[in-house]
Design a protein around this ligand. Sequence first.
Ligand code: SF4
Length: 320
Amino acid sequence: MKGKIVLADTMGYCWGVRRTLEIIQRAGKPEEQIATIGDVIHNPQVVQRLRSAGVQTAESVDEAAYRGFRHVAITAHGASPERNRRAEEMGLTTVDTTCPLVTKVQRLAQKLVKQGYFIVVYGDADHPEVRGILGWADTSRAVAAKHVEDLPWNAQRGSEGSDGLTAPPRKVAVISQTTKIVDEFLSFARDLTDLVAREGGEIRICNTICAPTTERQNALERLATEVDAILVIGGRKSSNTARLAEVARGYGVESYHIESEADVDDDWLKHVRDIGITAGASTPDDVIERVIDDLAGRGFQRPSVHTWQAEFDLAHEPAY
Ligand code: SF4
């Protein structure tokens, strides 16, 4: 017998993504189209919807200019200052929708460079947010890494390491891509501390994972204690959604990453009484609603509470 549908108390669009979509939708017009540099968010339904509202996607500022756009938009992930300069050179106006929480990390990177730190950004080297932060740091003394083994240091101070590797710098600061898993960032920071402090260096750890990301991870942990299986809704290209499904499995609950209700497989639900739902930060509300409807159609009881957006107050974010 089927039980109830339980929703994570915080899930789906984060505050920064909602803000970006509002700004871009206001800027895009069918008669004067705007090109976002890269997908606004990693969700195919939203990208499709924006296209019909006059918002297209280009891979680069140069491509946007070549295709005849006069306006480009920087997405919530932000971009390096170089991209703004390039848009200006090409005579394009820029609509900057960088999430203010990403802007803070960019400013922090600049500040740490001025203070003489070598910066390690815990994150995916090819993610637009990480590339943007490194662009704002504007120095060869900054790298992205997901494991300390990715870093070019393994030697003791005053000696040469294997494969031409060197000793770690004397001052190292670690910051994080805003959407990473807190426990994984802490584990990376511990390994890095071990590497740097062992050679007498100074290390500064700055947790720049944003509050909405942390709230979603905490909500998932609570959800995992209440249900037999979890559906994690989000675009296939959304790495943050894929990670949520992995994290849920780590709590010992069977979890499935789905893009829409069409992906739900009857076999998954055979022995499930209560089913949980969460969604990545780039998943629109109506996609979540449709999955709820689909599960209700399969005999699960609808949730009594239908809200899942936590209030977020920018004023309570750390100033760095
Ligand atoms: S995940 Fe965080 S940093 Fe990224 S857009 Fe959302 S609120 Fe901003």
